[in-house]
Write a protein that binds this ligand. Structure first.
Ligand code: IDC
Length: 451
């Protein structure tokens, strides 16, 4: 009898609830289904995505190269409201089908994808601009527009501001926008490699003070977009940007969201480099300081931090130092970061030359090893270009299932590894670290051996 009672007791012990099979955000990091922290490093897949034909060159081998040769694990994939709803109330089914196909090529290559609804300078009606469809604003604004260079100064144009204000004060247009997002969610809902949405690129604040705008206009729109897409995919993470004013150094006033699974996804550029002046090495400290400020803002929001855009023109002076400073700034706060952009152009931000080869300066500055899955709480990661050494430490967490994984570019062959607190093995391109229960701090140093 006693044995039976014990057996019953054992068999009645409640089974712990199954871990979510999806990605989520907890304790300042994106978490994979195994509970490991995920650091996203990758590229913006953009280029021709901003205007017709709304896609660039990427087919399966191009996504495979990003993952298997350069070692990235993520893509910020650009879509355009103009492409989705070219005429009011009419969705372009062939665009949405091609979107599904292209995204499936990226996720099929092992990349995690989040979707960015892009806009620069309101929309397509303005020469050189992209985003909102032409029908969303009065033609007289487009006709009166006189563009200046560099492109971003056109945000001050009276006509652009008129259209921006028109959008934010129109319940009807905002509703069309969130319904366009719903179409994206319907198209991509079965793709498990799509992990979230970036509701609006660099939201323009128009004539309202930027902090009032973030609280009264932007945050409510984010909530509506999240509600719409989560009706299709409850697990999708919100990669939420501050107003574009953050690029001018103005801290965000976004409120903390009650919705779960939020990533703070600002952009980080050096203002002088953006104006085409190249990068001055003495600006490194400012880049590092800015990432620390962004991390503090993410913490205040209860969010993880992913820098949704950083990048530079490889033909301008100081590009290696610029990208090295960027990498150092991301590593110091264990943030994810997405290079702007993977397109093909000789004079521009494109990672690839017009003929398709990787630009050597960007290979040096951007194509670097990083910790991609961490069974615990990531500490800082850093890369020393002179000695070709990655250093990284983390606090192991025995509740995380699965090992810690560091992603290396395929060009990293010979390797010298020092590891304390764990046991490492090499598996193809990756270094895989397992931790015995009890070990808390794990420290790693990976040095690339000369060929
Ligand atoms: C840039 C492109 C450039 C294009 C311009 C306007 O690199 O070829 O002419 O947009 O469409 C951003 C924007 C992103 C910019 C990028 C680099 O989100 O669209 O791309 N940038 O300037 N914000 C700050 C920098």
């Amino acid at each position: 009898m006693r044995w039976l009672a014990v057996a019953l007791l054992v068999s009645c012990t409640p089974v712990p609830p199954p871990a979510p099979k999806t990605f989520s955000v907890r304790d300042g990091f994106i978490r994979d289904p195994e509970g490991r922290a995920v650091i996203l490093r990758g590229v913006n897949v953009s280029g021709k995505h901003k205007g017709p034909p709304y896609f660039d060159f990427h087919e399966a081998p191009d996504f495979a190269r990003l993952r298997d040769v350069w070692g990235f694990n993520a893509v910020r994939f650009l879509v355009s409201w103009s492409a989705i709803e070219p005429r009011r109330g009419e969705y372009d089914a062939s665009y949405l089908a091609e979107l599904k196909r292209r995204v499936s090529l990226a996720t099929g290559a092992g990349l995690l994808v989040f979707i960015d609804m892009h806009q620069d300078l309101y929309g397509e009606g303005f020469v050189g601009a992209n985003g909102a469809p032409r029908w969303t604003c009065d033609e007289k604004n487009y006709a009166a527009y006189r563009p200046v260079t560099p492109w971003f100064l056109n945000a001050l144009s009276a006509q652009v501001i008129a259209c921006v204000d028109g959008f934010w004060s129109s319940a009807d247009l905002k509703s069309r926008y969130v319904q366009a997002w719903r179409q994206v969610a319907i198209a991509l809902k079965d793709d498990v490699g799509v992990i979230g949405v970036d509701p609006m690129n660099e939201p323009p604040w128009g004539s309202m003070p930027n902090d009032v705008f973030e609280k009264t206009r932007l945050a409510p729109l984010y909530r509506e977009v999240l509600a719409q897409v989560r009706a299709e995919r409850p697990d999708w993470i919100g990669f939420l940007e501050p107003a574009a004013s953050r690029n001018l150094g103005l801290p965000t006033a976004l409120p903390r969201f009650t919705e779960p699974n939020v990533v703070y996804a600002p952009h980080a550029y050096d203002p002088d480099a953006e104006r085409g002046l190249g990068f001055k090495p003495e600006r490194r400290a400012a880049i590092l300081e800015n990432a620390r400020a962004l991390k503090a803002e993410a913490d205040a929001l209860g969010a993880a931090l992913v820098i949704g855009e950083f990048g530079g023109n490889a033909s301008h002076p100081g590009i290696v130092e610029y990208m090295d400073a960027q990498y150092a700034s991301h590593g110091a706060v264990a943030a994810g970061a997405m290079y702007w952009e993977d397109t093909r152009e000789d004079d521009g931000y494109g990672l690839e030359q017009a003929d398709g080869g990787l630009k050597p300066a960007l290979e040096r500055g951007v194509v670097r090893p990083f910790p991609e899955r961490v069974a615990g709480t990531p500490g800082a990661y850093a890369f020393d270009d002179a000695t070709q050494t990655l250093t990284f430490s983390f606090e192991a967490d025995s509740t995380a299932r699965g090992p810690t994984v560091l992603s290396l570019p395929a060009s990293w062959r010979g390797l010298d590894v020092t590891c304390t607190g764990g046991v490492w093995t090499r598996e193809g391109r990756a270094v895989v670290v397992s931790t015995s229960t009890g070990a808390s701090t794990v420290s790693l140093s990976l040095r690339r051996l000369p060929e």
